[in-house]
Write a protein that binds this ligand. Structure first.
Ligand code: ZN
Length: 331
């Protein structure tokens, strides 16, 4: 049974399945105007997604041939790859935030599953973990994924007029460098992608070419959403509704608390991101670093590193590189 229903006269939702543990669905939105109909984030490329999308569009009374373009919030597979499949098969152009280009190019140019992350982990003082991560292979089914450049790049504040329905792109770097939210102006809706999610704290910089200042970017992107007080949130995962600004404020608060914890850990002598991450708890179940599986340990250490970078940029900590390892101390 496919879940597909109207949210307003302009916007409808189709819930799509995901082949992941933990995260089992992604919200695809259909936005309609008098002249154009577009899809936003049509999911993870698979026969299952294809079928569910077609059934959902049928239920909504949308002819697939009437779809003029596919907008995507970022290049992660659960948002982007079915779009690339349809761009190839049906000729529907995909649009993606311009700053995501580097991570897509790096997919072909770099070897291994997490090439840049290996170097970042070594700088974070996590040598053992770096060696483990370096040995994670790209699986054959991953190598075969439809993953290519889009037909068009989206820039901040770009406006798409669908005829009586206006979509405005809001660049929100952080989760990925090119992440974009889409405002449906007349309805005061914000399609938040993975930038603002109702229950999950979005990961930052989980991409092929991560940005060292990802948390700085992410926090300013959250502030942009706090300045949109009237907008209801249509997230890419989880329940729709609720004020986007309120949830963005909660996420800022969460990171401010983490920054405080980390500053405190450094003041008590922990100097690398690895040492800091090992002194914190992770996930909603408050697990310790070493109870996490390898990839989650990687994201935890890199998240600690991103917080340390923010604190150093703010002048709360000082950074001194020593033998290729970043060490922090209280300023
Ligand atoms: Zn996602």
């Amino acid at each position: 049974m496919v879940t597909a229903h109207d949210i307003t006269d302009r916007v409808a939702l189709i819930e799509l399945p995901l082949p992941l543990v933990g995260l089992t669905s992604v919200n695809c939105y259909v936005v309609r105007g008098a002249d154009e109909t577009v899809l936003v984030d049509p999911g993870w490329s698979s026969p299952d997604t294809d079928r569910t999308l077609c059934e959902g569009l049928d239920l909504l009374g949308v002819d697939i041939r009437s779809i003029s373009r596919i907008l995507t919030t970022h290049h992660h597979w659960d948002h982007y790859t079915q779009g690339i499949t349809w761009q190839g098969e049906l000729g529907i152009p995909v649009h993606l935030g311009r700053e995501d280009a580097d991570s897509i190019h790096a997919w072909r140019e770099l070897d291994g599953a997490f090439p840049r992350q290996v170097d970042l982990l070594r700088r974070a003082g996590a040598d053992l973990l770096a060696t483990e991560v370096a040995s994670i292979p790209v699986e054959p089914h991953e190598a075969a994924m439809d993953f290519d450049v889009p037909a068009a790049w989206i820039d901040d504040a770009e406006v798409i007029d669908l005829g009586g329905t206006t979509i405005r792109a809001v660049a929100t770097p952080g989760h990925t460098r090119g992440h974009v939210c889409f405002e449906v102006t007349e309805d005061h809706l914000l399609l938040t992608g993975d930038h603002v999610l109702p229950r999950i704290t979005p990961s930052i910089a989980y991409e092929r070419e991560p940005d060292r200042r990802s948390l700085t970017s992410y926090l300013s992107s959250l502030r942009i959403v706090t300045e949109m007080p009237r907008h209801q949130m249509l997230p890419a995962h989880g329940a729709v509704g609720g004020a986007a600004a309120d949830r963005a404020a909660e996420l800022i608060q969460h990171h401010e608390e983490r920054l405080e914890v980390i500053r405190d850990l450094v003041s008590r002598g922990r100097s690398t991101a690895q040492e800091v991450a090992a002194g914190m708890t992770w996930t909603r179940r408050e697990r310790s670093l070493h109870d996490l599986e390898t990839v989650h340990q990687m994201t935890a250490v890199l998240e600690a590193a991103a917080h340390l970078t923010v604190l150093a940029d703010d002048g709360a900590l000082v950074l001194a590189a020593q033998d290729g390892i970043d060490r922090y101390a209280v300023a």
